[in-house]
Design a protein around this ligand. Structure first.
Ligand SMILES: [Zn+2]
Length: 174
């Protein structure tokens, strides 16, 4: 994982950039949850499912297929009566999909099964710049935390802010 802060920063930037008129607190929270949700798979460790298993960490929940199904489901759950529910679905799908894409930039662990169920191959991007975040909170609060957050500010925070700024600029012109 990138840290929860990195994932939520990404889903928030997506919202302010492409779904600005929909960016209520409720929507931002739900999008943040979607961006974090793939890491609920760490529960697999409790059941002795190995990291390398497709049902383990960074397996099936870190795929585009999961993102589409999960994002659409959350939108259906909370916005199905809204005529713009499909916009929420798009945002939530993008937020969920941003998770494995960020994980694929991290410096540690195994790659993500991005193309599950079509392929179980674990993938990384060729460039890996985000320091991997430990799975245990107590490790995160140690000195690791500062370094991880710093790398996320650089590789997620700044690009996110640029995306928001650029999209605002173009919206003003309309
Ligand atoms: Zn993850």
């Amino acid at each position: 994982m990138a840290s929860i802060f990195g994932h939520v920063a990404a889903s928030t930037a997506l919202g302010f950039s492409f779904f600005n008129d929909k960016s209520t607190w409720k929507a931002l929270l739900l999008a943040g949850f979607c961006a974090f949700a793939p890491d609920l798979d760490v529960i697999a460790f409790r059941f002795d499912i190995s990291y390398s298993s497709i049902w383990g960490h960074r397996g099936w929940t870190h795929s585009f297929t999961f993102a589409v199904v999960f994002g659409a489901f959350v939108a259906w759950l909370f916005y199905r009566l809204d005529k713009d529910w499909w916009k929420m679905a798009m945002w939530f799908i993008l937020a969920t999909a941003s998770h494995p894409l960020l994980d694929m930039l991290t410096t540690g662990g195994m790659g993500c099964a991005l193309w599950w169920p079509f392929s179980e191959e674990r993938l990384f991007f060729p460039v890996r710049v985000i320091r991997v975040s430990p799975l245990e909170i107590r490790d995160f609060i140690s000195k690791w935390g500062i370094k991880i957050l710093l790398s996320e500010v650089i590789w997620i925070g700044i690009p996110g802010l640029i995306l928001v700024a650029v999209s605002r600029f173009f919206r003003k012109k309309e």
